[in-house]
Design a protein around this ligand. Structure first.
Ligand code: NAI
Length: 336
């Protein structure tokens, strides 16, 4: 069994020392805002470092002192790098690394830049992973309600002997040990593999499977509205996945009719079959070898042409024009 940390493993002396350290949150977006507010509520000394943009204004209006990235780096004992993964390496190299003090702690919320060697922190730094399995809005709202959420945590590099204690104090500070939460000992590799595989293989295939099933139903004369309501617009599958999180993936199946239970278990494996297994291995190989990461870097470096083409094609699809009409009729606001 993997190791789940307990809150009792945190030394109280150490926790109170960590709270007094200068904690700088680099970036005030989804995770940055949530973690900065949670840590401040937990008694940490938190400052935000950001470029001069609307996120910096939001941090100031939430009552934080906002420093430049360079100044934040020079002042921090603990620096949480909560910037988008695709820019964090450049920002780190230019503005943060040259200003960090020896012995300070660098904390990531994703394994991406360390696992792929895009950021190579100086050996004098403690390098930690504190990666919530929760969107930023949830990190904030759950903590505010004294509830927890899962976190993958790891020590990648321990330059001091307090690295693991700092990691646990941060997990506690953002609310991960609150009821309902957990802190699993992980690694930068494991976080990267699970994160990218979940996004690409689960979320990615759901998008395109829904689109394909919609096309098939409409081809057979089903109205676009009936198809959309069935496939996602009703929110029925939100309930299904919420029940899966609560009582288990197969446990939730018992809440469906017997016809549905039989249909799902006989037809599902016809779509997800041996060929799917080969494709999953290919996708995971591309993630683990860094092939996907270098393809994505090249795409960003060459002006995001394919990225925009994919977005344009999907936004122009007939399915989305029906979605827009349906959502307007239902008083919702489709995004994009
Ligand atoms: P985000 O996209 O919300 O970050 C916005 C922040 O980055 C702003 O403060 C903005 O000023 C700054 N920023 C953007 N481009 C910049 C640039 N070129 N130079 C300097 N600053 C720049 O990022 P998000 O989603 O909060 O992700 C932060 C980290 O958390 C990432 O490592 C991500 O993988 C991880 N993570 C994110 C989750 C989420 O809820 N979105 C969930 C779990 C982990």
């Amino acid at each position: 069994m993997s190791k789940f940390y307990e809150e009792s493993e945190i030394s109280k002396d150490m926790e109170s020392k960590v709270r007094k350290m200068a904690t700088v949150v680099f970036g005030y977006g989804n995770q940055g805002r949530a973690q900065a507010l949670n840590l401040r509520d937990s008694g940490f000394r938190v400052t935000v470092a950001n470029v001069d943009d609307d996120y910096a204004k939001a941090a100031a209006s939430d009552g934080f002192e906002v420093l430049s990235l360079e100044e934040g780096a020079s002042r921090c004992d603990i620096g949480l790098l909560l910037l988008p993964d695709e820019v964090a390496d450049t920002v780190y190299l230019k503005s943060i690394a040259p200003n960090l003090r020896q012995g300070s702690t660098l904390v990531f919320a994703s394994g991406y830049n360390i696992f792929y060697g895009r950021i190579k922190p100086d050996r004098s730094l403690d390098v930690l992973l504190v990666a919530p399995r929760m969107i930023g809005a949830g990190v904030r709202s759950l903590c505010a309600a004294h509830k927890g959420f899962p976190v993958l945590a790891a020590v990648h590099q321990a330059a001091t002997d307090s690295a693991e204690q700092v990691m646990l104090a941060l997990c506690a500070g953002i609310g991960a040990f609150n009821p309902g939460g957990c802190v699993l000992r992980s690694s930068f590799r494991e976080e990267t593999l699970t994160d990218l595989m979940g996004e690409q293989a689960v979320a990615g295939s759901i998008l395109y499977l829904v689109k394909a099933v919609y096309g098939k139903l409409v081809e057979r004369g089903v109205s676009p509205e009936a198809a959309l309501l069935e496939l996602y617009a009703s929110g029925e599958y939100v309930e299904v996945f919420s029940k899966a999180a609560e009582i288990g993936l197969w446990g939730q199946l018992r809440l469906h009719s017997h016809t549905s239970q039989y249909g799902q278990q006989t037809r599902g494996p016809r779509i997800v079959n041996e060929r799917t297994d080969e494709i999953l291995s290919e996708i995971l190989d591309e993630i683990e070898s860094g092939e996907f990461a270098s393809e994505w870097s090249k795409e960003m470096g060459s002006g995001l042409t394919r990225f925009r083409e994919l977005w344009d094609a999907n936004m122009r699809s007939e399915m989305l024009s029906h979605e827009r009409s349906l959502y307007t009729r239902l008083g919702r606001r489709p995004s994009g």
